[in-house]
Ligand binder design. Structure first.
Ligand SMILES: [Fe+2]
Length: 479
């Protein structure tokens, strides 16, 4: 009998240990001492081949595609013609150089100070088939251009899905990062804001740098969809030159399928793509209680169906957890409004940019804090998402190398280098995550972990643990 009691006690201690381990995530974080020797943080000159204008009169340029609906059976193809508005149609089909269907888009242009934009075209192509490669042609005659877009992933498909995540700029560091996006051949880029840093320029050069960036990224954006989130460098609020409409350049050029997710604004929206429900938030639009973004997110989170899209990913520009001196605490206001929802709805991972360095968190939360109760420190929380800051694509402002010391408990890994992340979703429970440092043009996998799905993974683990604990309790009760 005594031996049986000892065995039971041992099991109970073991169960308690398992429980404790399950709510505490990992060890002290790492601050990498590696600081990459970087190319000067200056933009690529205007006459560089990276910005080459395509040959031919009025040839389409700055071609980019994004998802065009909620479920991924539509794309929006956008491009700019410099000389005149037409032609304005996309020809497309499922085999190369054989374009069975033709569709008209919309065309518009705008001024920014005295800069006059080219003619900006957006064409929504609907009713596409999943897992089918499409080819498309825009322009006419000698100036026409042909592209092949990647396969459209099926919702909840069993095959792995590859995502690239980052921000960019238009420096030689950006060129290196963009090269890695292309090398990897991921299906989709999740872009966390700060496209071209054109707001570092003045007067007509602002518009010109939006154009150069559009041509710069075309080698990737014309072939697979980029899911856009907006950053502070898209605001372009410049009263000294009479430009006071926020996001003007961005919104004319980069469209999003916001209406499909019942959003009232292109800056926040959601798409379901492959096995993920992706929610894009705007750090620079109102988000407190009763604002449109708040009301929208409240409803959108209820629409997430983890049977259909097992993974839930959130993109925003300003990180909610950031231990870099740069932009420290800038995400605190949004954290206080939305963090409890991210936990309640089991968000798997939140990607942000803004800070020109890399950082990954453990699963921590600070939802107990209510100003007066004194619980002001983030605590380990298995229900919390992983927060990843990947604002290190390359930019004109250089790296943010001053991290807070000591490293906060929630911070798992941080390094001030340029790079980008990849997420390979393997199935409904596991994904492989990497952050890749750009080292003199080479891609060096530097931080990696297995991301467990918060909905499917944790439910299974909890069921297992609950079963184990109940068995032990029953055995003790029977004694
Ligand atoms: Fe930013």
């Amino acid at each position: 009998m005594e031996r049986r009691v000892q065995t039971m006690l041992l099991k109970f201690v073991l169960a308690s240990f398992v429980l404790l381990v399950s709510i505490r995530d990992g060890s002290a974080g790492i601050t990498s001492s590696f600081i990459r020797s970087e190319w000067p943080a200056v933009d690529i000159p205007l006459d560089h081949e990276a910005f080459a204008v395509p040959k031919g009169y009025n040839a389409p340029q700055q071609v980019h595609i994004t998802q065009g609906d909620y479920d991924g059976k539509a794309v929006i193809i956008s491009w700019v013609t410099p000389d005149e508005p037409g032609p304005n149609h996309v020809q497309y089909g499922t085999s190369e150089s054989k374009f069975q269907t033709s569709l008209e888009g919309t065309v518009t242009n705008y001024t920014f100070y005295e800069y006059q934009s080219g003619y900006i075209h957006h064409c929504v192509i609907e009713g596409l088939e999943y897992q089918t490669k499409y080819y498309y042609r825009i322009g006419s005659g000698d100036s026409s251009r042909e592209f092949g877009s990647k396969h459209l992933p099926k919702l909840n498909r069993k095959l792995p899905t590859n995502w690239e995540i980052g921000e960019l700029g238009q420096t030689f560091n950006s060129l290196s990062t963009l090269g890695h996006y292309i090398q990897k051949g991921a299906e989709t880029v999740l872009f966390v804001g700060d496209l071209c840093y054109a707001d570092r320029y003045e007067y007509n050069d602002v518009g010109l740098r939006w154009d150069t960036w559009g041509r710069f990224v075309e080698r990737s954006t014309a072939y697979h969809p980029w899911i856009w989130a907006a950053g502070n460098h898209e605001i372009d609020y410049m009263p000294y030159m009479g430009e006071v409409v926020p996001f003007k350049n961005f919104l004319y050029r980069y469209t999003t399928p916001y209406l499909a997710s019942n959003s009232s604004n292109p800056l926040w929206y959601a798409v379901r793509r492959a096995s993920a429900h992706i929610i894009v938030l705007s750090s620079y639009s109102p988000f407190v209680k009763y604002t449109p973004q708040y009301m929208w997110l409240q409803e959108e989170l209820k629409r997430v169906d983890r049977e259909k899209t097992p993974w839930l990913i959130v993109l925003m520009h300003v990180p909610l957890y950031n231990s870099n001196g740069a932009h420290y605490m800038e995400g605190e206001s949004m954290r206080s409004v939305f963090e409890s929802w991210f936990i309640k709805y089991k968000v798997d991972v939140i990607f942000a940019g803004h800070v020109h360095a890399y950082e990954r968190s453990y699963r921590f939360s600070n939802i107990d804090y209510n100003i007066t109760n004194g619980n002001r420190y983030p605590l380990p929380d298995k229900s919390a998402p992983v927060y990843i800051t990947v604002g290190d694509g390359g930019n004109q402002e250089g790296l943010a190398s001053k991290f807070l010391d000591p490293q906060p408990e929630y911070s798992a890994f941080r390094e001030a280098s340029y790079g980008h992340s990849t997420l390979e979703i393997k199935n409904r429970t596991h994904a492989i995550y990497h952050w890749n440092r750009n080292d003199d043009g080479k891609k060096v996998p530097t931080d990696s972990f297995v991301l467990h799905n918060q909905y499917w993974g944790s439910n299974r683990r909890r069921r297992k643990l609950k079963h184990f604990l109940l068995t032990v309790m029953d055995e003790i009760a029977d004694m």
